[in-house]
Design a protein around this ligand. Structure first.
Ligand code: GLC
Length: 473
């Protein structure tokens, strides 16, 4: 059955990216289109490079009230179908058109307004879509509003799916903000509430027809550990499931990647990776003969980034001149400071780039030997999948999606390094194993080949989403 699917999200690569949400929303629709469907994506119009580099058509203009505020909005559509599906942006003057995606004092207002604008527009369509697929708390009030706000009566019976990319963030608002929502059946206030606050993610879990998260392993964890939502997941378990993320095999392809200096595939990976490693080590003053372990990601507690300075310090002290590290990412200031503080002690063996840099991340996947991900929470994790595709051994804490996608190299058909705790001991042991593996050239080559031949593309998972939509028609 061919369907029209509308994705609503705060991020979509390359229009706006903060984390993995953008990569998923940016690529899944393309694969859904290939399977014969029409997939469209709607995101806020931020002032990003992609916005200025692209051509846009105005497709709708409207207005709405949010509490006592009145807003005009415009829906624009990317003209050239650059992404392989239709991308729409919601422009709300003064509210969404900013440089960053999140981090403003009025984020609650911004994303509420975004969701209302989407529904104002959609409720005027002649032909309604077959399914609305919303992502994370910034879009999670949509199922409630479709079902309970009088103005969106026309949308009431369209099936809705909520995908949770990270249950740590729930979009909590105090009840004083409830009047932002267009008039709704006030008997149903309980749907918005969780523990006496207005909780958009909880509301989405209650109202969406299906709830998915981005790996089966993380789904299981949510029943016991979901930042206060445990009982809700237990109540709603029947509509919950995990679908593992895929990655965009066109964007993440070492054979065609224009960000890296030497393209390679499984057949010439040894030479290809060596050239990329040389360039990376030259750029960052590192010794290319040593195993290179990298970290790429936001420097936040969930990623256990606070462990990095100590873990790197210990490793470089214990294995003097035997290993090197490169860290890319930004986040919590204390972590950034600690990563900078150890720099002086290990020049030539350790370097950092405390920023977000998409191009450099590609160069690191291509040039590194190992990628460290000690995450405390990892709903799916995409970086380990990028690493596998680029022949870089993932060193992961076995949690959530990391557990579902990485098998330890000492187990049957394994290729990664797995450990149980985000502790200094476990990380130290994994670094030791990485150094030993690197010295065993034959095994290292074998593993590299095996990793690069795995298939973590979207085909299978895109089909699983379609099956889920079909079950709701
Ligand atoms: C979030 C999660 C990450 C997941 C990504 C895409 O960023 O933290 O684990 O891979 O969303 O679903």
């Amino acid at each position: 059955m061919n369907m029209e699917i509308i994705h609503v999200s705060a991020e979509c690569y390359p229009m706006a990216k903060v984390g993995g949400l953008a990569d998923v929303v940016g690529s899944l629709p393309k694969y859904q289109q290939r399977l014969g469907n029409i997939a469209k994506v709607v995101v806020p119009m931020y002032r990003t490079k992609f916005l200025y580099d692209s051509q846009w058509d105005v497709v709708h203009k409207g207005a709405f009230a949010m509490g006592r505020m009145n807003f005009d909005f415009t829906i624009i559509k990317e003209k050239d179908n650059k992404l392989g599906y239709d991308l729409y942006c919601v422009d709300i003057n003064g509210l969404l058109d900013r440089e960053k995606v999140y981090g403003y004092g009025d984020d609650a207002e911004r994303f509420c307004a975004f969701q209302i604008a989407v529904l104002e527009w959609m409720s005027r369509w002649t032909d309604l879509p077959d399914v609305i697929h919303v992502h994370d708390h910034q879009a999670a009030l949509i199922p409630f509003m479709m079902q309970r706000c009088f103005a969106y009566e026309r949308l009431k019976y369209i099936p809705t799916i909520l995908t949770i990319h990270n249950a740590q963030y729930q979009g909590w608002m105090d009840w004083g903000k409830a009047p932002y929502l267009p008039a709704w059946d006030s008997w149903k206030w309980g749907l918005l509430d969780w523990n006496n606050v207005l909780n958009p993610l909880a509301c989405g879990i209650k109202c969406a027809d299906k709830v998915t998260t981005v790996s089966p392993g993380y789904m299981l964890e949510l029943f016991d550990n979901s930042n206060g939502l445990e009982n809700l997941f237990k109540t709603e378990y029947a509509k919950c499931s995990g679908i593992i993320n895929g990655i965009d095999y066109e964007v993440w392809n070492p054979k065609t990647d224009t960000y890296i200096i030497d393209n390679f595939s499984v057949t010439d990976a040894e030479e290809g990776k060596a050239l990329n490693k040389k360039k990376l080590c030259d750029d960052f003053g590192l010794d290319k003969k040593l195993p290179l372990i990298v970290f790429i990601g936001r420097l936040v507690n969930e990623k256990a980034a606070d462990m990095l300075p100590g873990a790197i310090y210990n490793a470089l002290t214990e294995h003097e001149q035997q290993v090197s590290f490169l860290v890319l990412g930004n986040g919590e200031p204390v972590v950034e400071q600690a990563l900078t503080a150890i720099q002086g002690s290990f020049a030539g063996y350790y370097n950092t780039q405390l920023t977000y840099n998409e191009k450099l991340s590609h160069q690191m996947y291509a040039g590194a030997d190992f990628l460290l991900m000690p995450s405390r929470v990892e709903p799916c994790g995409l970086n380990q999948l990028y690493a596998l595709r680029y022949g870089t051994v993932p060193m992961v804490r076995s949690t959530g999606g990391l557990k579902d996608t990485v098998i330890d190299f000492e187990d049957k058909n394994g290729y990664g390094i797995c450990f149980n705790n985000a502790s200094y001991e476990d990380i130290a042991l994994s670094i030791k194993r990485a150094i030993l593996l690197y010295q065993n050239k034959k095994k290292f080559k074998e593993i590299r080949k095996l990793m690069m031949q795995l298939n973590n593309s979207w085909e299978t998972s895109a089909q699983q989403y379609l099956d889920l939509y079909t079950s709701l028609q």
